[in-house]
Design a binder for this molecule. Structure first.
Ligand SMILES: Cc1cc2nc3c(=O)[nH]c(=O)nc-3n(C[C@H](O)[C@H](O)[C@H](O)COP(=O)(O)OP(=O)(O)OC[C@H]3O[C@@H](n4cnc5c(N)ncnc54)[C@H](O)[C@@H]3O)c2cc1C
Length: 465
């Protein structure tokens, strides 16, 4: 049973705001709680703070930021909200969608101004995959790992304690459901208890828990999970045991761009810049720019479950600026050929079929036009040497979770709020509605940072009342 009865005696150690999970959500919550004057403590089960956040490409969507203003990008919470609702077919929870749309820019500006953690507008991300504006932001180095380094340094600069190798196994709660503290297991199997006034759940989703994936997302039960393995759905299990509601549990971020077999995610910019995706037979099967997340399931459904991203020298030169792409190059994952016939041979695809596919694409790219899948092509034909990267589909992280309100406070099914429990990031219901197709690029980190900001702020204030 994950919920233990709170002891009658005080805990030896008690903090204002206890945060379980040291990913982007947890560390942002810590900074935000600190700014309210509260004392936060982060507990992370791994030996360092990484999580899915460090595995990510580090691209985060946000609207109305100072960075967008500086680059003359006209965007607003209302436009972002409209994009979220359009992408999810109206299925995103309106309260959370509006809250995230309104607060995302505020959270990024606050991180820059108060903590020197600057997310630059990534001008390489043109509006695509459901974003009608340029609103993808990233730290200078453009990786999730560097984003985490900056968040860790930000916490250290404020003297915020982060305890790693601290695997929280149980929560303590009083009879009325208020959380009193947590129990954690250390690597030497010793047990430690810590009390808290408020608790923020930032343990992400349940992608690492095969049973939960089979229960909630049966269509992906055999799909590869390419996320942070320690994310076992603990927040959802604890929350439900305390009477919390969960929602959108079949929502997830998939991707049809996992380099196979290297297991490195390929930047969607290869497609945005004009690349295409074919299956193992050499056929295109979708509008590659329509549904970045749903493409994972689409690709898995193709013969043999894998495919190729095909692009040219111009796109290759752009991609050389991405650290993950450099690694793929060093690992020998890039296949290069002088023409279609050679490419077909190098990647083992039927030459006639590949030529037919590329002829159609070249035709569209020459005049500019829309294909049978609804993809609109620029007048930028693929030229010069052709490149191919073998990819497969995977589930990256789950998007459903605990139901929260606009203060990131965890709710019961009847709409009442739990006394002192907050959640954000992958632990909470996100802005993706249901299934894979409502996922907008950058929405995972957007939810982590924005809801982490709100959760830390609300928990900090409550702890000081
Ligand atoms: C390969 C990949 C690429 C991605 N790229 C992008 C991208 O470019 N843009 C984007 O927006 N999103 C991206 N995502 C999704 C994004 O990474 C997540 O949505 C986001 O990182 C979630 O943040 P989080 O803080 O909620 O979770 P995490 O960063 O996963 O942090 C959760 C932490 O909780 C810890 N934890 C779990 N259980 C316990 C416990 N019981 N006790 C103590 N600690 C615990 C875990 O060890 C982990 O460190 C990507 C995901 C993957 C896997």
């Amino acid at each position: 049973m994950p919920i233990l009865v709170a002891p009658s005696r005080p805990f030896d150690v008690e903090v204002d705001v206890l945060i379980i999970g040291g990913g982007a959500c947890g560390l942002t919550a810590a900074l935000s709680a600190f700014d309210t004057g509260a004392t936060p403590l982060v507990l992370e089960r791994w030996s360092s703070c990484m999580g899915s956040s460090a595995m990510s490409l580090g691209a985060l969507c946000a609207a109305g930021t100072q960075e967008q203003d500086a680059h003359g990008v006209e965007d607003s919470a209302a436009i972002f909200l409209a994009d979220i609702m359009a992408k999810t077919g109206g299925k995103a929870n309106p309260l959370i969608a509006r809250t995230v749309a309104e607060q995302s820019g505020i959270a990024l500006d606050w991180l820059a101004q108060q903590h020197g953690i600057v997310f630059e507008l990534d001008l390489g991300w043109r509006p695509a995959f459901g974003h009608s504006r340029q609103r993808l932001h990233a730290v200078k180095e453009r990786t999730g790992a560097d984003m985490m380094t900056r968040l860790i340094n930000g916490c250290e600069a404020k003297g915020i304690d982060i305890l790693t190798d601290a695997h929280v196994t149980d929560l303590f709660a009083t009879e009325d459901g208020a959380v009193a503290g947590v129990r954690m297991r250390r690597p030497d199997a010793s047990i430690e208890d810590i009390g808290c006034k408020t608790l923020v759940l930032a343990t992400c989703g349940f992608g690492g828990n095969r049973e939960m994936v089979a229960d909630y997302i049966p269509t992906m039960k055999t799909a590869r999970y390419f996320g942070w393995e320690p994310n076992q759905g603990d927040a959802i299990v604890w929350g439900q045991a305390l009477g919390a509601a969960v929602a959108d549990m079949d929502a997830y971020q998939g991707l049809g761009l996992l380099a196979d077999p290297q297991g490195i995610d390929v930047n969607p910019k290869l497609l945005i810049e004009g690349g295409i995706q074919i299956n193992s037979l050499g056929q295109r099967f979708s509008n590659e720019l329509d549904d970045v997340s749903g493409q994972g399931a689409r690709l898995i459904a193709q013969p043999e479950g894998y495919g190729w991203v095909i692009y040219d020298e111009r796109i290759h030169q752009i991609a050389l600026g991405f650290p993950q792409y450099q690694t793929l190059k060093e690992l020998g994952a890039l296949k290069v050929a002088d023409g279609v016939a050679q490419l077909a041979q190098v990647i083992g695809v039927d030459r006639v079929q590949l030529k037919s596919t590329l002829d159609i694409v070249t035709g569209l790219q020459t005049v500019g036009g829309t294909d049978e899948f609804g993809r609109v092509f620029d007048k930028t034909p693929l030229t010069g040497p052709l490149y191919a990267l073998r990819v497969t589909g995977a589930i990256f992280h789950t998007q459903g979770g605990l139901v929260i309100d606009a203060e990131a406070r965890v709710m019961r099914p009847d709409g009442s709020r739990l006394a002192n429990l907050f959640a954000g990031g992958g632990a909470a219901r996100g802005i993706s509605g249901s299934g894979p197709s409502g996922y907008l690029p950058g929405a995972g980190l957007c939810s982590a940072v924005t809801l982490g900001y709100l959760a830390g702020q609300s928990a900090g204030r409550l702890s000081r009342q």
